[in-house]
Write a new protein. Structure first.
Length: 115
C-alpha cells in the first residue's frame, strides 16, 4: 500500500511540474503577460521580450515560430559596447550577429540555420 501511495505522489508531482513548464509557452500568452512580440529575421519568427529590458546590457528573448505556437528557443541580445568578440556556437557563428535596428549583438541559443 505504501508503494502505491508513493507512486501516486510521484506521478502528481510530475503532473504539477509539467503544467508549470507549459505556462507561457506561446507568444500570445507572453504578449498577454506584458511581453512585446514582433516577427523578425529571415524566417519571420516571433521574438518576445520584456519592453523594459531595452537599454540593459543584456536582453533575453524567447523565439517562436511565425504563428507563435512553437517555442524555438532563446536568444540573447548584448549591447555592442560590451561585446567581447565571443563566438555564437549554438548558431554556428564565429561572431554574434549585429541587429542594426536594435543596436544589439544577437546570439540564438538554438540552431537556426541562418549563417
Amino acid at each position: 500500500m505504501t508503494i502505491v501511495i508513493i507512486s501516486i505522489a510521484v506521478a502528481l508531482c510530475f503532473s504539477v511540474a509539467s503544467n508549470k513548464a507549459t505556462a507561457g509557452n506561446t507568444a500570445e500568452q507572453l504578449s498577454n503577460a506584458g511581453y512585446f512580440c514582433v516577427n523578425a529575421g529571415p524566417s519571420n519568427w516571433l521574438h518576445c521580450l520584456r519592453p523594459n529590458h531595452f537599454g540593459n546590457p543584456t536582453v533575453p528573448v524567447k523565439v517562436f515560430s511565425e504563428d507563435g505556437m512553437e517555442f524555438k528557443g532563446t536568444e540573447l541580445l548584448l549591447r555592442p559596447d560590451i561585446y567581447a568578440g565571443q563566438p555564437c556556437p549554438q548558431d554556428g557563428l564565429d561572431m554574434w550577429g549585429y541587429n542594426e535596428d536594435l543596436d544589439y549583438m544577437a546570439c540564438h541559443h538554438f540552431h537556426t540555420g541562418h549563417h
